[in-house]
Design a binder for this molecule. Sequence first.
Ligand code: NDP
Length: 566
Amino acid sequence: MGFRLPHNGRRWLCYALAVTRAYLRYVALFVPCGRFPKSASDPEGPPEKGVRCMRQFSNEPVMDYSAAANRAAIEEALAEVQAQLGRHYPLIIGSRRIDTRREVGSVNPSRHEQVVGHVAQAERAEADAAIDVAWDSFGMWSRVPAEARALSVMKLAAVMRRRRLELVAWLVLEVSKNWREADADVAEAIDFCEFYAREAIRYSQMNAVHPHPSEINVQLYIPLGVGVIISPWNFPLAILTGMTMAAVVTGNTVVIKPANTAGVIAAKFMEMVEEAGIPDGVVNYLPGSGASIGDYLVQNPRTRFINFTGSKDVGLHINQVAASRQPGQIWIKRVVAEMGGKNCIIVDDAADLESAATGIVASAYGFQGQKCSACSRAIVVDAAYDEMLERVRALTERLSLGPAADNPDVASVIDEKGYRSIMQYIEIGSREGRLAAGGRGDASLGYNIEPTIIADVDPRARIAQEEVFGPVLAFMRARDFDHALEMANDTEYGLTASVCSKSRLHIERAKDRVHVGNLYVNRGCTGALVGLHPFGGFNMSGTDSKAGGPDYLLLFTQAKSISETV
Ligand code: NDP
C-alpha cells in the first residue's frame, strides 16, 4: 500500500511545501547578514537573491577624456555618427514600424542647418494603436517573473555600455552636450537600469506583514498597467531610460512620448530595448507634438499612469488633465511629475570661497545651465559678496565656448525658442540688476549664448524668481546667513540647493530650514548620482518622486494584500 495523506492531506502538503519554500527563500535572503537589504545600494545588504552572480550596485564610472586614447575614440565615434545623420525614424508600435505623413527634423543646436534625423510624428490613430498594443502586452509582461524582467533591464545596461561612445556622439550632436556631459548622461542611464533591476527584485521579495498562526498573509507589489512616459530633451537618454525602465521592470508596459528636440536619441534607445530582448509591445515609441499627442495620451481613459519630466507649466497641465475622469475610465490616474527649479548656492562668509566659486560655476554653466538642478542664484552673505562675485566672474570668463563636437566648456543651447527666451531673460535681468559677465548671444550658426552673470539682483526680481533654463546666474547679496536662508526659500520651487560654510551651526541650520528635495553641503548643486542622491523636488518642482532612490519603484506598483485562512 502506497503512502496516503491524512484527511485534507493535499491541502496540507501544498501548505507545507509553500512554507518550506518560503522558509528557504527567507534563509537564502536574510541569514547572510541577518537583516533585510534596505535598497539596491545598501552596502551591507546581502547579495540579491535569484541572480546569484549579481554584484552590488555601484555607479558607472565616467570616461576620462584627458586620456589621448579616449579622445581618439570619441572623435572616431563622432565621425561614424556624422555619417549616419539625416536618417528617418518611424514610430514603433509593437513589432510594427510606422511611417507617418508628418516628420520633424531634429537639428544639431551647434550647427542648426544640420539635420540629425527625421522623426515620424504620431497622430491620434497611432496613439490609440500604441495604447492597445501596450495593453495586449501587459497580460504577458506583468506575469514574467521579476527576476527575468530585471535581467532584461540589466541587459539593456550592457548594451548601453557596449554602444557607449556611439551614444555619447548622438548626444553631442542632437542636444549639444560636451563630451563629459554626454558621457555622464549615458552613465546615468546605465545606473538607472542597474539600480532599478536590483530594486525590482527586492520589491518582488518583500512581504512586509505580520505573521498570524491561522492565516497566511502576504502583501505583493503588482504593476499598475499601461503608462505614458513623457520625457524632456535635457537628459534625453538618462531620464527617458530611468522613467521608462522603472515602469517596465515592475511589470508595466508603456508608450513613450520623447521630447521632439531629442527624438533621435529616443529612437536609439528603442534600438537598444530591442537588442536587450525586451519583447515587442512592452515599450512603444510614439514621438509627436507634446501639445496634441502628449495631451491626447494623458487624457486617454485607458492610460493608467503618467510619468512626466519637464517644465512646470506642462507638468501642472498634465496633472489637471489627468485628474479629470474620462468616459469609460475606471481608475484614478497616477501622475508622477518632476518639473523645474530655481536652485541656489548659499555662500557663508565662513566658507572656502575658492571651492564655492568652482561649485557655482560648474553648477551654473554645466550643459549651458540647462539642467533642472542648475544653479541660477548665488546667494552670498554681505561680507563675502564682492570677493565671491569677483572669483566667480574670473572663472566664468575663462570658460571656453564653441560647438559641442569640439568639447568646449559651454556649447549651444537647445533651439531657437530656448535661445530667444534666454536672451530675453538676459535683457530683463540687465534692467533688474547689473550685467557683470557675458550677456551676448549669436544664433548665426548655432544657438550660442555667453555664460552670463547678473549681479546685485533683488530677491523679488523676475531673474531671481523664474526658471531661465540657460547659462544665466543671478548674484544676490544677503545681509547675513539667516537672510540668505530666507532668500533661498523665497521662490515657488524647491528642487536643489547647496550651502557652503565652515560653520557647523550654520550647516545644521541650513539642513533644517532650506526646503528643497536635494540639499548639498560644500559642493555644487548639480550631479545627483543614482543610488546615492535620490532626486526630486518640493513645491512647484514636482511630486518629489525621488528618482534613483529606494522608494521610486513603488510609484509604478500597487500593493495587493492577500490573506488566506489555514
Ligand atoms: P517641456 O515641459 O517643454 O516638455 C517636456 C515634455 O512634455 C516633452 O516631451 C514635450 O513634448 C511634452 N509636452 C509638451 N506639452 C505637452 C502637453 N500639453 N501634454 C503632454 N506633453 C506635453 O520641458 P522641456 O523638454 O523643455 O524640459 C525642460 C524642463 O524640464 C525644465 O523646466 C527643467 O527644469 C525640467 N526638468 C526637470 C527635471 C526634474 O527632475 N525635476 C529634470 C529635467 C528637466 P514636445 O517636445 O513635443 O513639446
